[in-house]
Ligand binder design. Structure first.
Ligand code: AMP
Length: 208
């Protein structure tokens, strides 16, 4: 299965993608994770992306599209992939369609995770993550990762100003993709305000 997870920042895309990957062994393609790794490594891509990311703005389409095209050519995607955080603009969605057609592949489903913006702001301000094992939790977990004991950290762009910019970018550039994929018959919507387990069951019900 080749799946796109669509949703605002903090809707739960990363959490659900991690669970799907653990159970189904799909390739997890998170453009946010790829960019953060590039920033940490200080690569030319990371240097280019950092200022956009810190401000909560979208990184330019040509940069992201090139990155994802390259990633889709890696052999682990043959077993299926989950795109998490891509596409985020209509230009990215069009480029993805073209690239998949060229590779004789297609998307099986686009799962939109719906969460009210007020819930998003609350969630993101409380979100804490683990760099060592990838755990995504909240400030309620305490200072250390409940899975591996490493100190949890807060993302630089989970601060209130960047969150507002990210939500604005979502509404302006990404939300129109819901209609784009509804038009192609691929769209499936789930209520992202249910518990993590309930959202996961709903997604499993969709993708079979
Ligand atoms: P995320 O971890 O998905 O919330 O992404 C973090 C940041 O990386 C975003 O706020 C953007 O600055 C950048 N980013 C990630 N994916 C994309 C994308 N598909 N298009 C443009 N920018 C992206």
């Amino acid at each position: 299965m080749n799946i796109v997870l669509l949703g605002a920042p903090g809707a739960g895309k990363g959490t659900q993608a991690a669970r799907l990957v653990a159970e189904q062994h799909y390739a997890h393609i998170s453009t946010g994770d790829m960019l953060r790794a590039a920033v940490d490594a200080g690569t030319p891509l990371g240097l280019k992306a950092k200022s956009y990311m810190d401000a909560g703005e979208l990184v330019p389409d040509d940069v992201i599209i090139g990155l994802v095209k390259e990633r889709l050519r890696e052999p682990d995607t043959d077993a299926g992939f989950i795109l998490d955080g891509f596409p985020r603009t209509t230009a990215q969605a069009v480029a993805l369609d073209a690239e998949l057609a060229e590779m004789n592949r297609n998307l099986n489903a686009v799962v939109a995770i719906d969460v009210d913006p007020e819930v998003i702001v609350e969630r993101l301000s409380k979100r804490r993550l683990c760099k060592a094992c990838g755990y995504i939790g909240s400030v309620d977990d305490g200072p250390d990762c409940p899975k591996c004991g490493t100190p949890l950290y807060q993302r630089d762009d989970d601060t209130s100003e960047a969150v507002r910019t990210r939500l604005g970018a979502y509404q302006k550039s990404t939300a129109p993709l819901i209609d784009y994929y509804r038009g192609s018959g691929l769209l499936r919507e789930v209520d992202g305000e249910l518990t993590t387990d309930q959202v996961f069951s709903a997604i499993q019900g969709i993708i079979g």
